[in-house]
Design a protein around this ligand. Structure first.
Ligand code: MN
Ligand code: MN
Length: 465
């Protein structure tokens, strides 16, 4: 018993030789690049497609349009509204035998710019925001922030905007009260020290010469017109996100960790799609699913609750020349899935929220959560032990470091993932992923060993399940 536990809980760094440590570091260089460049769901989809095309993946939409067929061995992608993506490696066996599915979400907590955001107050120009996802609002002030997003003009033209990431770029951000005058503020409950409606981004302070009213705002509008050819009204049809500015970086003197914005859940997205890329062929079809809106409940057309994945599977079956509704149902029900999302890593600064035997630790590898939810597992997918047993065997066979965990002590809190939506097709699903410190903070931290082990675990899953 004790020996098994030891084996399971071995720190992955101990098993690596120098060459393997180099591999772990190299893999994380690629991840850091991805995380630094992709700070919105759209940027993630774009980059994943770019990397997929390099690996020979073809656009399934075009194949459908041209009424062409697909066959075993084909590599395909389906871009859904630029905010969700499915990758397929078509298997030798009929689709109704089920798929091996890796899923992760690519939306992260942030501050969304409102539809009518721009205003001037005391000769300062500001943007109004509505935060997205669960954030501790006080963490998001006094940081260098960047603006990422798209503006869709009335004629349908799409203007892509990124301000604050290049070396010479300006950054923006939200101010906070000086301690000298914060007596009243500091007495407040942490949830209202900084209030949601006060998360206003300062973007300018220089008046436009010769203008009487709102001259600072007018100057900003002039800049936006010159640089992007957009008008104030165009914010109505824009999706602009304010995110921490700057690149993901090595963390710790030993460079064993990565600090970056949006590990939740781009760390599972990156490890999932790069795992897919390692397979050349497969018995049953492999799928990698990158979805939006998890942080706000997975609803909406691009969230996991949407029918889009089922629709795409139907299209794929149709292209394989073997479509029936019953077979689509079988394809879903006979599937196995790793629903990947980040876990809360044990934090020595806050040990009281965790129960030590059932907690995720840095360096202990891919984390499986049999269940999530809160208050008596409510709202959770609870994975079957038969399925977990198979996964254990696969991970051990491939020497993947893995651990099991739950999100905090009983009744301390909780959370949900995309697992339950896929489980509603009655397929086997388990939550898995990478432990994160400071989850949902502007800058989150992961262990490089866990990132690497997650990818190895996903490859093992795709090969063996
Ligand atoms: Mn997540
Ligand atoms: Mn989250």
């Amino acid at each position: 018993m004790e020996e098994t536990k030891e084996k399971q809980k071995k720190n992955a760094w101990n098993k690596y030789d120098d060459a393997q440590i180099e591999k772990v570091m190299q893999y994380n260089e690629g991840y850091k690049k991805f995380l630094s460049a992709c700070k919105t769901e759209r940027e993630c989809v774009k980059e994943a497609i770019c990397q997929a095309e390099e690996k020979g993946y073809k656009d399934l939409k075009k194949i459908i349009e041209k009424n062409k067929k697909v066959k075993a061995g084909d590599k395909l992608y389906y871009n859904h509204m630029d905010k969700a993506l499915v990758l397929f490696l078509v298997g030798e066996e009929p689709l109704e035998k089920g798929m091996k599915i890796l899923g992760a979400h690519i939306d992260s907590p942030r501050l969304d710019i409102k539809q009518n955001p721009l205003y001037e107050d005391t000769e300062m120009a500001l943007l109004d925001t509505h935060y997205y996802g669960g954030v501790k609002k006080y963490q998001w002030v006094t940081l260098p922030m960047a603006l990422h997003g798209v503006v869709i003009k009335k004629d349908g033209t799409k203007v892509e905007i990124v301000i604050g990431e290049e070396e010479g770029d300006p950054v923006v951000g939200i101010s906070d009260l000086l301690p000298h005058l914060a007596g009243e503020q500091m007495k407040k409950n942490a949830s209202i020290v900084v209030e949601g409606e006060d998360l206003n981004i300062l973007i300018g302070s220089m008046p436009l010469k010769g203008v009487e009213k709102d001259a600072v705002k007018e100057n900003i509008l002039k800049l936006l017109k010159e640089k992007y050819n957009i008008e104030e009204e165009d914010f109505i049809s824009a999706e602009m996100e304010c995110v921490p500015a700057g690149k993901a970086r090595d963390y710790g003197l030993d460079r064993s960790m990565v600090m970056g914005y949006g590990h939740d859940d781009r760390v599972c997205a990156y490890t999932s799609f790069t795992a897919m890329f390692q397979l050349k062929k497969t018995d049953r079809t492999c799928a990698c699913l990158l979805v939006d809106k998890e942080e706000i409940g997975s609803i909406g057309a691009t969230g996991m609750e949407s029918k889009f994945f089922e629709n795409v599977v139907s299209e794929l079956m149709d292209r394989l020349g073997d479509y029936s509704e019953l077979k689509v149902r079988r394809a879903m029900q006979n599937s196995q899935m790793l629903s990947s999302d980040v876990s809360a890593a044990f934090d020595p600064n806050y040990p009281s929220v965790n129960e030590k035997k059932n907690t995720a630790y840095f360096g202990y590898g891919l984390t499986f959560n049999k269940f999530t939810g809160a208050r008596g597992k409510s709202g959770s997918n609870d994975a079957n032990p038969e399925y977990i047993a198979r996964l254990r065997a696969v991970m051990e066979k491939h020497n993947v470091s893995f651990q099991t965990a739950e999100l905090g002590k009983v009744d301390v809190g909780g959370g949900g993932t995309i697992a339950k939506f896929m489980a509603s097709y009655s397929m086997e699903v388990i939550d898995s992923g990478v432990p994160v410190l400071s989850m949902h903070a502007p800058w989150e931290i992961v262990s490089k060993a866990d990132v690497y082990e997650a990818m190895c675990g996903y490859v093992a899953f795709l090969k063996e399940i």
